[in-house]
Design a protein around this ligand. Structure first.
Ligand code: ADP
Ligand code: MG
Length: 322
């Protein structure tokens, strides 16, 4: 089927940041209100994701690591409905195949389980005591796939990919307390009190937070609300523009461009704005022929949205429309 073709296209685990993304999305699916991510050596030697979500029942642990075993079934059009992020049942199996994974999990405070999977084999199971939730530790990523290992970039590059993905997931979930720790240093911690401005401040710092201006507006098909930073606070890359569709972080060149256009001549050449913009829309208007794990999406009424974004930014900044 089309869905299964879309789903099987590409590989799930490309680099440490893909592991982080899959584990954090599982924590979100598990209803966690607190998610802590710790990495070492750009995630190559260690990635730990801890959550206070539902936990996994003892009997379901082998299934969680099995390929194509998912407790979440959806169709193509469901991908952009507000719902679970997982849908392939492939992430844990893939991670377990190329790393040494320890999972401790419990469905209630007290007795739970610890399971160790290495190179796709369950090598250890035991009963352990821990609070409700799940902690997954991934060590020595790609230790048994030297070809893949060769493609890893510097620690700094891998760490920046991780920070990038965690930043954006945290920006999209101001109701969840995220902590990102590199080695022993906390890179950011959000409080999870639903205050979007405070969440942006925790991630991007006070200078950005103080320069934020709200934007909001809608068309027949789209509702937009978010924050854009004044042109005084710019960055040297587009990476500080975050777009969320129905709560899910996406990439779309035309939408980025539309936002930038709204700044007009107030933006110097080579400088880009900081912006966090949430878009609500009918999920049927998202073209999911583009691979769903790649975050890149196409919209069927794109111009309606790009016009709106440019207009909202220009109005807020008092930019002359070209
Ligand atoms: P998917 O998310 O596509 O279902 P995964 O391989 O990511 O597949 O996860 C397999 C299953 O393991 C999930 O369906 C879920 O039941 C369980 N699981 C994984 N991580 C967690 C977690 N942090 N908390 C609770 N359950 C989890
Ligand atoms: Mg998943």
């Amino acid at each position: 089927t089309q869905v299964s073709n879309q789903i099987s296209a590409g590989e799930v685990i490309e680099r440490p940041a893909s592991v982080v993304k899959e584990l954090v999305e599982n924590s979100l699916d598990a209803g966690a209100s607190q998610i802590r991510i710790q990495v070492k050596d750009g995630g190559m030697s260690l990635i730990t994701v801890s959550d206070n979500g539902s936990g996994i029942a003892s009997d379901d642990i082998p299934l969680a690591f099995a390929r194509h075993a998912t407790s979440k079934i959806v169709t193509s059009a469901d991908l952009f409905k507000i719902g679970t992020l997982g849908f392939r049942g492939e992430a844990l199996a893939s991670i377990g195949a190329v790393a040494k994974v320890t999972m401790t999990t419990s469905t209630k405070d007290g007795l739970g389980d610890t399971a160790v999977v290495e190179g796709g084999e369950m090598v250890k199971r035991e009963k352990t005591s821990q609070p409700q939730g799940t902690t997954i530790t991934v060590r020595d990523l790609f230790y048994n796939t030297p070809a893949r290992l060769k493609y890893m970039k510097s620690v700094q590059t891998e760490l920046s990919h991780i920070a990038d993905i965690v930043d954006r997931i945290a920006l999209g979930h101001p109701d969840i307390a995220f902590t990102l720790v590199n080695d022993t240093k906390t890179l950011f911690a959000t409080v999870g009190n639903k205050d979007w401005r405070q969440t942006i401040a925790a991630i991007y710092g006070n200078s950005v937070a103080q320069a934020l201006l709200p934007i909001s507006g809608d068309t027949l098909d789209y509702q937009v609300h978010g924050y854009i930073a004044k042109p005084e606070v710019t960055r040297a890359s587009r990476n500080f523009i975050s777009l969320l569709i129905n709560g899910r972080y996406i990439k779309n060149y035309a939408l980025n461009k539309a936002l930038i256009e709204g700044y007009g001549t107030k933006l110097m050449v080579g400088r880009y704005p900081v912006a966090v913009v949430a878009i609500q829309m009918d999920p049927l208007l998202v073209d999911v022929n583009v691979h769903p794990t790649k975050q890149e999406v196409r919209l069927s009424k794109e111009e309606e949205l790009t016009d709106l974004l440019t207009k909202l930014v220009a109005e807020q900044l008092g930019t002359a429309r070209l």
